[in-house]
Write a protein that binds this ligand. Structure first.
Ligand SMILES: CCCCCCCCCC/C=C\CCCCC/C=C/C(=O)SCCNC(=O)CCNC(=O)[C@H](O)C(C)(C)COP(=O)(O)OP(=O)(O)OC[C@H]1O[C@@H](n2cnc3c(N)ncnc32)[C@H](O)[C@@H]1OP(=O)(O)O
Ligand SMILES: Cc1cc2nc3c(=O)[nH]c(=O)nc-3n(C[C@H](O)[C@H](O)[C@H](O)COP(=O)(O)OP(=O)(O)OC[C@H]3O[C@@H](n4cnc5c(N)ncnc54)[C@H](O)[C@@H]3O)c2cc1C
Length: 684
């Protein structure tokens, strides 16, 4: 029996109510919507950047959702081979449809792709996510003119091959070599050891024809470090690996089942000199090396990817809280008064304490993603003009925020799953796919601990600069300001002040950065070499970087509310959400605020009491707050998070489609169970 996923599509009534009008809405969910104190559509417009943008997004999504060519059975019921094949099939259709629908703008393409792939990975994810960005960023003019049309028109399919079996984090230690041969004007790519095999690149196992390969450049007998090369991996005629190239899939993973993460080895493979991407550094025909204007420009593709991941995490966390909050409104559990209906689980304080911090974080991260994306574009423009001054700042910010938000995002998705009890464990909930899609963000594009340590490295430098009284970039300017004595809050209403809350996080970040810098100094003072001091101080450095990112998010949330036009009702709920985000953060990290006496026990009591009080303000608006994320059922892919709240009907229908239910009696009965049960001499 084949179930067509998304076969319940309906044309939306008006653009204000995007969801198809269901036959009946679960009365508990309807009650929540009726009680909300603001109109969720207003918040949707705000989040999307205006009504026009919301409508455009919805139109793009509907194009994909209503397309019969993109329908298929639920991926939960597919084996890996089928999933891979389905992802490739869809990627090809998506490419054709993007042209047919004349979606030219990048944002529209992304919206379309995300609606078309739903909660699965995109079959050309690495091609668009990293291969094309790497070519765009690293090719010189002539190379762009040659490679970009081929890649953009999918005449070649690419991946980004950096990580090796033996090294992922420490990329200076990568072993793949690219040795220049001036006699033939070629580079010779080689995998000298087993640990030098490229390992992990997405879409490399079976799909890609080309890769941007990161390899150690040697010319005239000298090593010049890591550089990018474009290498053809497979024949464009029959897709066979080219001579000297070994390729394969690395096998099943925790998730990403539709993705062909691969391995790759080179046996003295020759490529033309001009296959080295030469925007920033060049090798001349006679082997002369010209170095880049900034040593880390080769790493720029990763910086771009880390910026994008902050939005991806905000999106996934928003999906998780949407599922969990809607389900918690319709799920009733444990009679409190004999004969009276069991309460909605959303009424339990513990449930609110599980979900609302992540609901607030989903909004906080969404606003943060706007700011970091804006900053990325600014710095990119400066770099295009040859000004590399802000690259370090952008690296520190993007590395730290990618790590900070993905830690919280992954934790939040898991807490949301747990908050749905047993049903959260079913694939029908959507959580398994959502979790496994988001989990590796803590690892890829820079392992989170390592990324926070990169941010810490930058902050340590800034602390020294501040100490010398020199100028600092805007986002770390606070390090040059003097510590304020004590938190001035005298009562609960003082503690609701956004300025005071932001100051508290600023104080904590500054204290922890300065403390880490002092610990480093004293470690070095004791005669430890830099790397030993650094290792000894890891616990301070990590805390400092994390506190800095936390402050950045709080400050961004506050600034967003202050600087953005919105109705009083929306401002009121966002204000409560922001207060809750900050106060809950203080409560959870109370030690940091008490340790140096910035806050006292009384103030912490007030913080805790306010966290409790704000739960009520959020409770009444919780469903509207998740409705405002505006995920259609077809995109959310969760029977628990359905807009109409008819969860049990949906789960039962879904379960009936399990392949195990294809026949009343499974083959294994005749093969194993029957002989066991009917044999009088059965031996176990
Ligand atoms: C139709 C169009 C539609 C489009 C749709 C798109 C759809 C996309 C859908 C996508 C779907 C699926 C995607 C799945 C994607 C998964 C892909 C995953 C990919 C990967 O994981 S790629 C591999 C990533 N690998 C890493 O991130 C490695 C991490 N390691 C490092 O970055 C570095 O090695 C390091 C930073 C940890 C250390 O580097 P090192 O050279 O040793 O440096 P240090 O000595 O520590 O520091 C030296 C100085 O350099 C500074 N530095 C380091 N990095 C940078 C940087 N990036 N930029 C600027 N400066 C940098 C560092 O701060 C030091 O400075 P200082 O000396 O202190 O001044
Ligand atoms: C799903 C998925 C998709 C991927 N896609 C791609 C791709 O398309 N292209 C590609 O090139 N790569 C890809 N990767 C690889 C990925 O980028 C690396 O796995 C990642 O950068 C982490 O590196 P690692 O595996 O070497 O981890 P390791 O560095 O081995 O990390 C292991 C542990 O060591 C710790 N550690 C390491 N170094 C330090 C240090 N200096 N200080 C303190 N602690 C440290 C880490 O914190 C971690 O706890 C992918 C990975 C996954 C999981």
């Amino acid at each position: 029996m084949i179930v067509l996923f998304n076969c319940t599509c309906a044309v939306p009534t008006t653009m204000d109510s995007f969801h198809p009008v269901p036959v009946k809405v679960n009365p508990d969910l309807q009650k929540e919507r009726d009680a909300a104190l603001f109109n969720p559509v207003e918040l949707t417009y705000l989040k999307d950047g205006g009504k026009d943008k919301t409508e455009r997004r919805r139109r793009c999504e509907l194009l994909a959702i209503n397309d019969p060519d993109l329908q298929h059975k639920d991926i939960s019921f597919m084996a890996r081979n089928e999933r891979y094949s389905n992802a490739v099939r869809k990627a090809v259709i998506i490419a054709r449809k993007i042209k047919e629908h004349r979606l030219t703008n990048m944002e529209e393409k992304q919206l379309y792709i995300s609606a078309a792939t739903q909660y699965d990975t995109y079959g050309f994810g690495l091609h668009y996510g990293m291969f094309l960005p790497a070519l765009s960023a690293q090719c010189d003019e002539e190379q762009r003119n040659y490679w970009l049309p081929l890649a953009e028109n999918l005449k070649i399919l690419g991946t980004y091959a950096q990580t090796e079996l033996g090294h992922g984090t420490f990329i200076r230690g990568l072993e793949t070599t690219a040795i220049y041969d001036p006699k033939t004007e070629e580079f010779v790519l080689h995998t000298p050891t087993l640990s030098a095999l490229k390992w992990w690149p997405g879409n490399m196992g079976k799909t890609a024809t080309h890769a941007v390969v990161l390899a150690q450049l040697y010319t005239n007998g000298k090593s010049y470090g890591l550089h990018p090369f474009i290498v053809q991996l497979r024949s464009l005629e029959n897709h066979q690996p080219l001579p000297g190239i070994t390729l394969g899939d690395i096998g099943p993973k925790l998730g990403f089942h539709s993705f062909d993460n691969g391995f790759l080895g080179f046996d003295h493979v020759r490529i033309p000199r001009r296959n080295m991407l030469m925007k920033y550094s060049q090798v001349s025909p006679d082997g002369f090396y010209i170095k880049p204007i900034h040593a880390k420009l080769t790493y720029s593709t990763m910086v771009e990817a880390r910026v994008t991941l902050v939005s991806d995490i905000a999106y996934s966390l928003s999906q998780a809280v949407t599922i969990a909050v809607r389900y918690s409104a319709v799920r009733r559990q444990t009679e409190q008064i004999k004969g009276v209906k069991e309460p909605q689980i959303l009424d339990y304080r513990t449930q609110q304490l599980k979900l609302f911090p992540y609901l607030a974080a989903a909004y906080a991260f969404t606003f943060t993603s706007f700011v970091i994306t804006g900053r990325y574009i600014e710095v990119q423009n400066e770099m295009n003009d040859g000004n590399m001054e802000s690259l370090s700042e952008l690296h520190a910010l993007s590395a730290g925020l990618k790590a900070f938000t993905s830690y919280v995002g992954n934790e939040g998705i898991e807490v949301c799953r747990l908050s749905c009890g047993g049903h959260g464990y079913s694939q029908a909930s959507g959580f398994p796919e959502l979790y496994t899609l988001t989990a590796p963000i803590s690892t890829f594009e820079g392992e989170n601990t390592v990324m926070l340590l990169q941010t810490a490295r930058y902050l340590m430098k800034c602390a020294t600069t501040a100490k010398r009284g020199l100028e600092l970039p805007r986002f770390v300017l606070y390090l040059s300001q003097r510590q304020k004595g004590q938190c001035p809050a005298r009562n609960e209403s003082d503690l609701l002040d956004h300025g005071l809350l932001s100051d508290a996080f600023e104080h904590r970040a500054r204290r922890l950065v300065i403390e880490a810098a002092q610990k480093m100094q004293s470690n070095i003072g004791k005669g430890n070499p830099q790397h030993v001091a650094w290792n000894n101080c890891h616990m301070y450095l990590l805390k400092a970087a994390s506190a800095h990112c936390h402050f950045y998010v709080v400050q961004t949330f506050v600034k967003y509310i202050n600087d953005t036009e919105m109705s009083d009702a929306v401002r009121d709920i966002l204000t409560s959400l922001c207060q809750f985000y900050a106060l809950h953060g203080i409560w959870q990290n109370a030690g940091d605020f008490l340790q140096d006496g910035y806050m006292n026990g009384n103030q912490l009591d007030m913080v805790q009491s306010l966290v409790g009080k704000l739960l009520d303000k959020i409770r009444i608006n919780a469903v509207a707050l998740v409705d405002a994320f505006d995920f259609r059922d077809e995109i959310l892919c969760s029977k628990l998070g359905k807009y109409d709240g008819n969860v049990y009907e949906a789960m039962y229908e879904w379960a009936k489609n399990s392949p195990l239910n294809k026949t009343e009696v499974h083959d294994s009965y005749n093969k194993y169970l029957r002989p066991l049960m009917q044999s009088s001499k059965a031996k176990l």
